[in-house]
Design a protein around this ligand. Structure first.
Ligand code: SUG
Length: 448
């Protein structure tokens, strides 16, 4: 067993952050459709969270935003001419597709990939499978740049394997780590990997939501587990409760979060609660860990409050000096039922002894809380030393990124602003400068 830590890679909010109502089934995205965004504030809010957690001794890193708009997409569907002409034509003929091409959704890096750390995998390397996100048009092309970024950061093939996205078909709908939870005794020892799916493509009678889409399929989860070499008794495939998907729980990380040997979950999270816990206990026993559960009853926090406050989209972190910290969005403090629950939680003598709340409103208004904003990567010392160091959050990097955001980002984007060709030019200049700050030359050197 080696010493290992969990690194949280937060997505740096991109300069085109806007509210385009693109995510059917995500109630925040629908509610804020066409409202005015503030990309500068969004990026600064995310950076403030990264800085605060790094200052507390947590291992924190950053993933770069993606190049926007996606000119390749716009040209592939028949918009021609100069970049400015492509934007003008798309704005007039297909404004929703222009919004897709401009989406800054890659900020939610919990959807970037599924990660299995080296103690769990057959070949002893850390495996990443980039998520295809094919349920939503505006997210279905993220995988190309996500793969480039992960390959640049985790380039050392002695330690890391980056698998490309699964085939882009509904049967393999894959949303990455948002539907994957690792439970363990210690980060460096073998863990239990729980894959949560929303529907089964080839079992038409299996329960499925009726109103909103289930984005993750069992077939995709099984494929990722196979690619990572984690199949076996320590790997569980659990069905999400379809009724909660219909209430806006579009990923498992909106209704449950786990860390170490602790699972914090809502009573209605899983299709079969008792069966899920029994399987988890058995699998945990096999890795010499005892499962601890914190169950939130529907009478205490109804699903609607869990969704609006994003209580479960919190980060459950092991503190460097022991004990666990729950990082929640400020909305949890403002919801009476959730606030009451949280007060009781931290005084109950259970594993979670501290709360930290952050103002992440810009991201929250598109359905992205603290947990959505980060990709967890457990790394031992040799692996941490082998990754690209330029993305690790330090006070110096924080200051440079804040200055960069202040220089390049707008403080408002209204829907019509996406038609302004100047916005694309500003983003290009910003990203060109970012490659120097993160020491990732060539990151955006492709057709854009
Ligand atoms: O895919 N929102 C994202 C939010 C992702 C949250 N991720 C996790 N729960 N892990 C989504 O629905 C909204 C874009 C818009 O409407 O402009 C959006 O893509």
């Amino acid at each position: 067993m080696t010493t290992a830590r969990e690194y949280n890679f937060d997505g740096l909010v991109g300069p085109s952050h806007n509210y385009a109502g693109l995510s059917f089934g995500n109630v925040a995205s629908a509610r804020n459709f066409k409202s005015v965004s503030n990309p500068k504030q969004a990026a600064l809010q995310g950076l403030a969270k990264m800085r605060a957690l790094a200052a507390r001794g947590f291992a924190q890193a950053v993933l770069p935003p993606q190049s926007r708009p996606n000119f390749g997409l716009l040209r592939d569907i028949g918009f021609t001419g100069s970049d400015a002409a492509v934007i003008a034509r798309a704005a007039s003929k297909a404004p929703m597709i222009l919004a897709c091409a401009y989406s800054a959704a890659p900020m939610w890096t919990a959807n970037a990939a599924t990660v299995s750390p080296s103690p769990d995998t057959a070949d002893g390397r850390t495996h990443f499978t980039v998520a295809n996100l094919n349920n939503k048009m505006h997210r279905s092309f993220e995988h190309v740049e996500t793969e480039r970024a992960l390959r640049a950061i985790f380039a050392d093939e002695r330690h890391f394997v980056v698998h490309g996205a699964l085939p882009p078909t509904p049967a393999f709908g894959d949303e990455g780590a948002a539907n994957h939870t690792r439970l363990c005794a210690t980060y460096g020892s073998p863990g239990v990997e729980m894959f949560v799916y929303g529907r089964v493509e080839f079992e038409p009678d299996a329960p499925a939501p009726k109103h909103f889409p289930a984005r993750q399929t069992l077939e995709a989860s099984q494929a990722v587990a196979r690619l990572h070499g984690v199949s076996g008794s320590r790997t569980l495939f659990i069905q999400q409760n379809p009724e909660t998907i219909d209430q806006g729980v579009f990923h498992n990380d909106v209704i449950a979060v786990g860390n170490g040997n602790v699972l914090f979950y809502h009573q209605q999270a899983f299709a079969d609660e008792a069966g899920t816990l029994a399987k988890l206990r058995e699998a945990m026993g096999a890795v010499n860990a005892e499962l601890r559960t914190i169950r939130v009853d529907a009478t205490e926090v109804p699903v609607a409050d869990a969704v609006s406050s994003y209580l479960f989209n919190s980060q459950l972190l092991s503190k460097p000096d022991g004990g666990m910290l729950l990082v929640v969005p400020q909305e949890c403090r403002e919801n009476p039922a959730v606030a009451t629950f949280l007060d009781r939680l931290v005084t109950s003598g259970g594993p979670i002894g501290e709360l930290l709340s952050f103002d992440l409103r810009q991201s929250m208004r598109n359905g992205g809380g603290p947990a959505c904003l980060r990709l967890r990567v457990v790394l031992n010392e040799a692996e941490a030393a082998a990754m690209h160091p330029g993305v690790i959050m330090t006070e110096h990097l924080y200051s440079r990124l804040v200055a960069w955001v202040e220089k390049h980002y707008r403080d408002r984007i209204a829907p019509d602003d996406l038609a302004d060709p100047q916005l694309a030019a500003e983003i290009r200049a910003a990203l060109d400068e970012l490659t120097g700050i993160l020491q990732l030359p060539g990151l955006y050197d492709f057709q854009r």
